[in-house]
Ligand binder design. Structure first.
Ligand code: SF4
Length: 344
């Protein structure tokens, strides 16, 4: 009977979680705000990458009210390097709404959480179950894969219904986190360790024989992205990205994707022409590499001298001392490239 199977799986998973769970800072608090921040950072991002960002973010903005009052640039700066920059923008917008509509406290209500910018079913379910102890599922990619294997289901709608049924009324947050942990450690997409698994005896996939390997992801698209370090009086030229779209509002070293058969220096000349600057000479400083989502970027970095001074056309562009970069919201690619800049 399925309710017996559900009960055995709950027991096995919670017992395993008590013995083997990962000790993580957001597991030592019931503060809904801290849990919301952690769950937002963890979207598409591994735990070990998130940890230093989580500590810095919570130290700078310990409450919703602090986040609401913070300058947007400071929020973005503390997120710089973590990627998916719509997340901090949405956190900030959501903080505003929480202050205006919920008295500065995260609402203890799934539908109200779901209405906040950037909060989807997963995040709302995680906050409801982990922070408020309410019986909601939280299906991230790990939990989805584990449940799908245990119950032999792949259909999304059925998996969601199953997750809602199987999450227990007692310790729902621990149960959801146990599924996530199991998927991250014992049951990854490739090469699950069924012999070490606490639910191996109840798992449809392990009884069905060797588990089909998840199809390998398509390789990332290779992109050539020359960058120009333009220096003046010990400062370098940065430009600000639009408020919307990829890396919204972040500062970056000027550059852009090279067209096929275009020379790197010609691509840089095209980018700098946007502020009426003409490249007089370009000296290669080195190459940096960076991966985002499904792109693998190779960025040759040039030290460019300009013919004339672009100061007249610098709307959205600015000179910054190298020291100031660590306080700016700046793309990770630009941080790597700036390390090659000659010190004044
Ligand atoms: S028995 Fe194997 S496939 Fe099933 S949940 Fe455990 S590790 Fe994953």
């Amino acid at each position: 009977m399925r309710s017996d199977k559900d009960a055995r799986i709950r027991r096995a998973l919670l017992g395993w979680y008590d013995r083997a769970r990962r000790e993580l800072p957001w597991r030592t608090t019931r503060d809904p705000y801290a849990i919301w921040v952690a769950e937002t950072m963890l979207q598409q991002t591994q735990v070990k990458t998130v940890l230093p960002y989580y500590y810095r973010f919570l130290a700078a903005f310990p409450s919703v009210i602090d986040l609401d009052r913070a300058r947007r640039d400071k929020v973005l700066a503390l997120w710089s390097g973590l990627g998916y920059y719509r997340r901090p923008t949405n956190l900030k917008k959501a903080a505003r709404e929480i202050v205006l509509r919920h008295g500065g406290r995260l609402p203890r209500d799934f539908a109200a959480l779901r209405e906040l910018p950037g909060v989807g079913d997963y995040t709302a379910g995680a906050v409801m179950s982990i922070a408020f102890g309410a019986r909601y599922p939280a299906l991230d990619a790990n939990a989805r894969r584990v449940l799908s294997r245990i119950y032999g289901l792949s259909d999304n709608a059925r998996l969601r219904a199953l997750a809602a049924r199987v999450v227990p009324a007692s310790r729902p947050g621990d149960f959801n986190q146990a599924l996530m942990d199991l998927g991250a450690t014992v049951c990854p997409a490739r090469n699950p360790r069924c012999a070490d698994c606490p639910v191996g005896a109840h798992c449809a996939a392990s009884h069905a024989g060797p588990i089909a390997k998840t199809a390998a992801k398509p390789p990332p698209r290779k992109v050539e992205w020359p960058l120009a370090i333009v220096a003046k009086n010990g400062r370098i030229l940065l430009r600000r990205r639009h408020r919307h779209g990829l890396l919204a509002g972040m500062w970056e070293i000027p550059g852009g994707e090279k067209k096929p058969r275009e020379r790197a220096t010609a691509a840089l000349a095209r980018e700098l022409a946007a502020v009426g600057a003409r490249v007089a000479s370009a000296t290669m400083l080195g190459i940096v590499r960076h991966s985002i989502t499904n792109r693998s970027i190779r960025a040759p970095v040039y030290f460019c001298a300009l013919a004339g001074d672009p100061s007249g056309g610098l709307r959205g562009w600015r000179w910054f001392a190298l020291d100031a970069l660590k306080k700016l919201p700046i793309s990770a690619l630009s941080v790597k490239a700036a390390r090659l800049a000659p010190q004044a």
